[in-house]
Write a protein that binds this ligand. Structure first.
Ligand code: NAI
Length: 671
């Protein structure tokens, strides 16, 4: 019988090769259709007297990417349960096969792909750097749902399994072997031979190590579950991200009853996936894919990057580009700053790469270039000097004659209109904004700012470059504050106003954290630097007729600059804000609403001003540029989910109570 996505090859050793080649797709996915076909195939193979069954991918990129996430969109509990039950029945069939079953992995193996492998007797994989195994479901607000939660814990023990399942991180072949997740790793060219050798073995009944048996023991399990839960609670609140808590509870309650645990796993994932939190995280996944598609790597790959300004941003941008494989020179007018830049880069590489040889190779790609010789060789020059239009312009005038004919000039300005900066250039089309966020290594977004004068090809090329350095590009119209800072600023200023009213900084930050923000606005302002906040606020206030709180001006005037000089709204010791854990405030709901309404109101204003092309891109920008509570799906999605009318009524209430700044923007009409 012919199948759409699978084919069967029986070889002379009586081994059945099950070849997965998902139709019309670059990657293999376990869609309902692929699972149904597989179920049918497994029944046939079980009838025949086959020696072994080997799963093999026909895609060059990887093994299996997991379930079909498209099927999760808008799914209800019943539909989710039947999809998951189908997955379970397939994995149970694989596990119960009479013959030896082997999963043969090269390239990525994610989610359902790892769960399918866990149901096999043996897992072998190539030692290639592209080979990575993961169970990343938690990132989508769910947990493994094709039997993987039980089977992963059984195979590698609870500590390693929870580390994989709760972080969603992928592991390489070497680590997978060390954890006994895979039975063998080998060079890719020997992979089939290794699979055939395993095919001659009998199915195994795996014995858990004494340590893992102990850790899974009822008594210790209770204690360990508490510890793991406490660790999770530091990162993700239960009411916002229920999945990790449900996963731990499954293990705690049912690990001694495997069938029951599998049944309960299916119910748990069906409940989770239909929940708004997971639905929004699925949305965020697709938004991320959308941003990725905005930069086409094939279009352009520069060879040499020259960064001017080795300060907070320039230094980190230079290091990041070198880490991502580019030849980089970094220039600063102050050699002492350059020395610090190189030292910070070394710290980044050491943390990320760990391997001495890799660290030294990466250091070799980064050159301190006080005199700026790199200008003449660079395909892209990234400027990250002081935020001052005339300083930037005089730099541009001095470097333009030395730049390569087609080199791009990218500025990291956070507020100056591109048109102003470009006016001094002979070729204004070559200037584009490439706005990174702080800290560069952690923030996934870059805003690609295009002015009236920007050349279309330059914009496309810089978006391609963003993908080469693994950032998510978002095309944003040149206007004060661009997208992210413009939306963030009213929220920060409202926080400062509340502080000036006497509401404790700790309470204001807590209200934002409770909403799901990664950091409170007061601590964020301190981290960005109060002088930087003030200068951006002044520019935005002038353009959008807003008021800058006197409190902020006063603090900057009196030398309160935030974390960088250890005194801001908080005082800092060893880089840590000293918070008063006893401080509280009675009306936390109002605090939270004031903050969030200011933010979403400005988001609607950006829609009205067409700063980005549509609602989805706006939500994507705010999530990936500020860390806006991902489980809420972005500010515009938040308006839809909370009810536009209800939020408008709240705005009106605050307007009456607190003043004109709560006036609804006309952009609400577009939502
Ligand atoms: P910074 O003050 O830490 O670094 C600026 C560096 O540029 C200094 O080391 C200075 O010596 C050097 N410099 C100034 N003029 C120069 C010249 N003519 N030639 C060579 N070097 C020169 O500033 P930071 O924070 O890194 O900001 C740089 C740019 O990035 C600004 O345009 C800022 O608006 C933007 N930005 C800043 C963010 C932040 O969080 N700090 C976030 C996003 C953008």
């Amino acid at each position: 019988m012919d199948y759409m996505h699978w084919s069967i090859k029986q070889d002379e050793n009586n081994i059945c090769w099950l070849l997965f080649d998902y139709k019309d797709s670059a990657t293999n996915i376990l869609s309902t259709q692929a699972l149904e076909e597989l179920k049918d195939i497994l029944e046939q193979i079980n009838e025949a007297e086959t020696q072994a069954l080997i799963f093999k991918s026909m895609k060059s990129t990887g093994f299996i990417a997991g379930a079909n996430i498209n099927e999760f969109v808008g799914i209800d509990y019943q539909a989710a349960l039947s999809l998951i039950t189908l997955g379970h029945s397939v994995m149970n069939k694989i596990e119960a096969m009479k013959c030896t079953t082997i999963s043969m992995i090269h390239g990525f193996c994610m989610g359902g792909g790892t769960e399918l492998s866990l149901a096999c007797d043996y897992i072998i994989c190539s030692d290639d750097s592209a080979t990575r195994l993961s169970l990343p479901e938690v990132k989508l607000g769910i947990h493994p749902g094709f039997g993987g939660s039980y089977r992963c814990i059984r195979r590698i023990g609870p500590l390693a399994a929870f580390d994989m399942m709760l972080t969603g991180r992928s592991i390489n072949a070497k680590l997978a072997k060390k954890l006994k997740l895979v039975d063998e790793i080998t060079a890719q060219r020997q992979l089939e031979r290794a699979a055939i050798a395993f095919a001659a073995k009998k199915p195994v009944s795996r014995q858990q190590s004494i340590k893992n048996r102990l850790l899974n023991n009822t008594l210790i399990r209770g204690f360990l579950a508490k510890k793991i839960t406490a660790k999770v609670a530091k990162k993700a609140a239960k009411k916002h991200y229920p999945a990790p808590y449900k996963l731990i509870s499954l293990w705690l309650k049912y690990y001694d009853f495997p069938r029951k645990m599998l049944e309960k796993e299916a119910i748990s994932v069906a409940e989770l996936v239909a929940d708004p939190s997971a639905q929004n995280l699925v949305r965020v996944y697709f938004l991320q894919e959308q941003l990725k598609s905005l930069g086409d790597k094939k279009l352009f790959k520069p060879l040499h990057i020259h960064v001017i300004g080795g300060g907070i941003m320039g230094g980190d941008i230079a290091a990041w580009c070198a880490y991502k494989g580019f030849q980089v020179s970094v220039q600063d007018q102050d050699p002492a700053i350059l020395a610090k830049t190189i030292e910070r880069a070394y710290q980044l590489f050491s943390k990320k790469l760990r391997d001495k040889r890799l660290i030294s190779n990466t250091m070799d790609r980064l050159t301190a270039d006080h005199k700026g010789y790199g200008v003449e060789h660079a395909d892209i020059i990234i400027e990250a000097i002081f935020e001052d239009a005339s300083v930037k312009q005089s730099l541009y005038q001095s470097i333009e004659p030395r730049m390569k004919k087609n080199a791009i000039l990218a500025t990291n300005t956070s507020s100056i209109p591109l048109e102003t900066l470009a006016s001094c250039l002979k070729k204004p089309g070559r200037l584009v904004g490439l706005h990174f966020f702080n800290p560069v290594a952690l923030m996934p977004l870059v805003e690609i700012i295009h002015g009236e004068q920007s050349d279309k090809k330059t914009i496309k090329n810089i978006a391609a470059f963003s993908r080469h350095i693994d950032k998510l590009p978002l095309a944003v119209k040149s206007s004060p504050g661009f997208l992210v800072n413009r939306i963030l600023m009213p929220y920060l200023l409202e926080a400062i106003l509340m502080y000036a009213e006497g509401i404790p900084a700790e309470a204001i930050d807590k209200a934002a954290l409770d909403f799901g923000m990664p950091m409170g606005p007061i601590e964020l302002a301190d981290t960005v630097g109060l002088d930087v906040c003030l200068s951006v606020a002044n520019i935005l206030a002038e353009s959008y007729h807003k008021q800058v709180p006197e409190q902020l001006e006063h603090m900057v005037k009196t030398g309160y600059l935030g974390k960088k000089n250890n005194k801001g709204f908080y005082s800092y010791q060893n880089g840590k804000a000293q918070k008063d854990s006893t401080s509280s405030y009675r009306n936390m709901t109002d605090v939270q609403q004031r903050l969030i309404l200011m933010l979403v109101n400005e988001a609607t204003a950006c829609l009205r001003d067409k700063i980005v092309d549509n609602e989805d891109l706006l939500d994507a920008g705010v999530i990936f540029g500020t860390g806006f509570a991902p489980f809420r799906g972005g500010p515009i999605k938040y308006i839809h989910d909370s009810g536009k009318h209800d939020l408008q009524v709240q705005m009106d209430g605050f307007k009456e109570q607190l003043g004109e700044r709560f006036t609804q923007d006309n952009g609400w009409e577009l939502v």
